[in-house]
Design a protein around this ligand. Sequence first.
Ligand code: NAP
Length: 495
Amino acid sequence: MSVNELSPDNDQAAIPNLKDPSLLKDQCYVDGAWAGTPDLPVTNPATGELIVKVPRFGTAETAQAIDAAHEAFASWSQMLAAERCKLVRRWYELQMEHLDDLALIMTTEQGKPLAEAKGEVAYAAGFTEFYSEEGKRAYGETIPTHRKDARIVVINQPIGVVGAITPWNFPMAMITRKVAPAISVGCTVVSKPASETPLTALALAELAHRAGIPKGVFNVIVGKSSEIGKELTTSNKVRMITFTGSTEVGRLLMEQSASTIKQVGMELGGNAPLIVFDDADLDQAVAGTMASKFRNTGQTCVCANRILVQEGVYDEFAEKLTKAVAAMKVGEGIEEGVAQGPLINQAALEKVEAHVENALKGGAKVLTGGKRHERGGTFYEPTVLTDVTTDMLFNTEETFGPMAPLQRFKTEDEAIAIANDSEYGLSAYFFARDIGRIWRVGEALEAGIIGINEGVISTPIAPFGGMKQSGIGREGSHHGIEEFLEMKYMLMGGL
Ligand code: NAP
């Protein structure tokens, strides 16, 4: 066995400097055991090097994982909430104890700067902690009766087996944001992380195992996404599909889920507007734009994609933002001081390139960046564009990369109209000091999440989710357990 205690197929592979090398796994976790033959390569996007291979599960293995979850549901759902939540709490503690290793695994497979990866682990563990508390509070209600001989009570019960499919951009947080509420209230889960970033998910499974979460409660499978998705959405044993990813795949999963009338939770794509008004504090606006636009190298669903700047401050804002963007260090996430990592893969790189080229053809100008980074691979220069217009590609598609297009506008109404002219409605940001404007614009923007004078909006204690084609339902906060619960009304008659 190698230093990472992997299967013979992977005995050359390792992530150096893990304090606990046994967190690096190369098998799936089903029914409390490690299973499958490593086959699918997981690579480091910063270097292109192979990290390990993981199994390529399909329909049959997915059905087995569903069976395990289904069997576990009977006892897990019956356990006292306090007992269940004690185990979830232990899972949280282990996530925090292993924060450095989880972050290193994440940076190696995903590419984000190590400091950001550490931030994500703490944020992700925050969901586990929050729901280990909230899971005890799935309160029902009593309703004043309509008949003297009857009483009405409403109880909340766990919905059943949950299929959870998640993306590569937040390899840990997108999982705990679903799994922690689900299992805390008594559901069991089959979790399918993205093929690019399965290793953080498998490390989470190892920690769940160590926390004493019983077999079958949390299963992690990796492999052929279309087969796994089809089985999860069409199985009668699965009662809910919770998905985070692109609107396109979300639409497909909803269609497939219709066959068994499942509950669906959808956290989908975005195309966030960020508006800087004339009365904004410009330094605050620049800091907020940097945080919203460039976190995770522009690969977050809540990244500002369209930046609208009022004419009175346009030039000054452009100058300040360009200075900040040009100062960012680009490199491998484990290097000291790096603020921008690589893009996840070649397709992501080509998409950013296409958006920049399209804008330049339409008359935009480059203030900084604008081309592939000299490091090669999937690195792209952090970019600021000026003189962009509403007919350019980024207005209708997520760029999902480090391109900040600055568009000039004249009036508040014009900015709101441009901002809302999108099929997406996940997040929106604006910078202003006038209290009247803050209320007007906050209420007018069609998005589920609004950052006002702030670029970082994610926290476990607030409801996260989108309007329009950005999704259905909310995750995080006390609302985040609602979709994992089935409401049952009981009428007691003959009193
Ligand atoms: P994606 O292509 O939709 O993939 C997301 C997940 O779906 C992955 O696990 C993927 O598996 C799986 N998948 C792909 N095709 C599938 C199919 N036919 N059946 C079942 N599963 C399938 O999205 P992505 O490129 O990874 O992530 C970026 C997108 O996620 C962006 O649109 C972003 O805005 C969105 N996002 C939204 C939120 C939110 O909270 N609203 C948060 C983060 C990201 P494989 O990797 O194995 O193909």
